[in-house]
Design a protein around this ligand. Structure first.
Ligand code: CMC
Length: 434
């Protein structure tokens, strides 16, 4: 990040002027450094939802929302989705460069050797109700990891940070699959280390003791692509939650559990479940105008799920890849006439031609097509967000590691625009009026 001495912003108010340095990123808009604004000017900035605020410096992921570009460590997501695979992208996000063949082999071996859970963690699962949402189970179980893996909770030790990193990437699919098995009343299926990451996850979800699961390479490739496309996305809500939680020095398992909790919301990772449910509710193309009208109605809280994004004011590049994947996967599975995919495509076309969506620059996001693929693979809607959580774990951890190593790191402590009562005196209960 360059602090070009010639570039200064001047902020004038109450007869004074505060000079603020302007920092230039590698890509994207310049950033006004307001760190000394309160000390020098005695004022705060006000930006609910951080629409104009860079909360940190990062070298991991870049998004150009106007052009629909997403880069991980400089590499376009389309190239990674086509040529790479999830564990290689994990390496790239975590360590900054694409691995050599030997580095990749070593990383894959390390992840593979940590896929099992401490056996006693099974009791945790059994403590939940069977009808719990798998995201609720995952939030609890991942948080509980800090009670089981004490040797990787000291964040000041780079080795422990590395062990925690590998553990979480390795165990998250096991936890998500077990959360699923628990909620459907089937026995847990232990990981198998001769399978690749995506195939192992599919098998842990779909095998039963009475009948093993034969991994279909088409599904395994589609699963891996979904993992890859969701791996990181800059300073989104759940990533910012992980960063904020860890800024206090909390252990990484607790912080990732906080990220999972945040991801669950329907405005964020929960949108994939909500989107498929919405597409099913629409049911047939004739009902599309009714739902478009509801989405535009200010008095109706309904929104088109899988549409719109804080950063993308153009196509989400991940949605493009997933739209193509949906076609491919359904075709390969012999379900070319999937009615939900049909509704999705017609809804997309109708929204993209509608002045409301055009004017507000609302385009399909990553959640619009992912659910169709996951459903075709055999997942119930309740597993869509847990799968997002498995994929995003590497993003959370990469951002967490970057933050811990950043000398500018401070505990996150936003200020506020207070509009409550001014100071007043306590009134005894008998003197209060009804
Ligand atoms: N349907 C109808 N109207 C919408 C939609 C939508 N999906 N999204 C935004 N708008 C309207 C919104 O009503 C507002 O209108 P106005 O200016 O008249 O008040 C305008 O567009 C701007 O919306 P906003 O809520 O101020 O924008 P935001 O950046 O705060 O919200 C969002 C972004 C993703 C939360 C929102 O677009 C949304 O709720 N989309 C549906 C949920 C969804 O698909 N979420 C997944 C996001 S991508 C994956 C992820 O993050 O996990």
């Amino acid at each position: 990040m360059a602090d070009d001495n010639n570039k200064r912003a001047r902020l004038g108010f109450d007869g004074k002027t505060v000079e603020l340095p302007i920092l230039s990123p590698t890509l994207g808009p310049d950033v006004i450094d307001i760190r000394r604004l309160y000390a020098d000017g005695g004022v705060f900035t006000y930006d609910p939802g951080y629409t104009s605020t860079a909360s940190c410096e990062s070298k991991i992921t870049f998004i150009d929302g106007n052009k629909g570009i997403l880069l991980h460590r400089g590499y376009p997501i389309e190239q990674l989705a086509e040529k790479s695979h999830y564990l290689e992208v994990c390496y790239l996000l975590l360590y900054g460069e694409l691995p050599t063949g030997r580095q990749l082999e070593d990383f894959e071996a390390r992840v593979t050797n940590h896929t099992m859970l401490h056996e006693q963690m099974m009791y945790f699962f059994r403590g939940f109700r069977r009808d719990a949402h798998p995201m609720a189970v995952m939030t609890g179980v991942v948080g509980a990891m800090s009670a089981f893996y004490h040797d990787s909770t000291d964040i000041s030790d780079p080795w422990q940070r590395e062990v925690a990193t590998v553990r979480m990437i390795a165990k998250m699919p096991t936890i998500a699959a077990m959360a699923y098995k628990f909620t459907i009343g089937q026995p847990f299926v232990y990981p198998r280390n001769d399978l690749d990451y995506a195939s192992n996850f599919l098998r842990m979800c779909f095998a039963v003791p009475a009948e093993d699961y034969e991994v279909n390479p088409i599904l395994s490739r589609a699963m891996d692509r979904i993992f890859t496309l969701h791996a990181d996305h800059e300073q989104n809500a759940s990533t910012s939650t992980v960063r904020l939680a860890s800024s206090s020095g909390a252990n990484p398992f607790a912080c990732v559990a906080a990220g999972i909790a945040c991801l669950w919301g329907p405005a964020h990772g929960g949108a994939n479940q909500a989107c498929l449910e919405m597409l099913k509710e629409i049911g047939s193309p004739e009902r599309i105008p009714e739902f478009i009208a509801r989405a535009k109605d200010r008095n109706d809280p309904f929104r088109l799920m899988g549409f719109g994004h804080r950063v993308y004011k153009n196509f989400d590049p991940r949605a493009r890849v997933l739209k193509q994947s949906a076609d491919e996967v359904l075709h390969l599975l012999g379900i070319d006439n999937n009615p939900t995919l049909q509704v999705a495509k017609e809804l997309e076309a109708a929204a993209l031609n509608d002045p409301y969506f055009k004017e507000k620059k609302l385009f399909p996001n990553v959640d619009f097509y992912s659910g169709i693929i996951l459903e075709a693979m055999g997942f119930p809607t309740s597993m869509f967000t847990p799968i997002f959580a498995v994929s995003r774990t590497v993003g959370w951890i990469s951002q967490w590691k970057e933050m811990i190593a950043d000398p500018a790191m401070k505990i996150g402590r936003p200020r506020q625009l207070y509009t409550g009562h001014a100071q007043r005196d306590y009134v005894d209960v008998e003197d209060r009026k009804d």
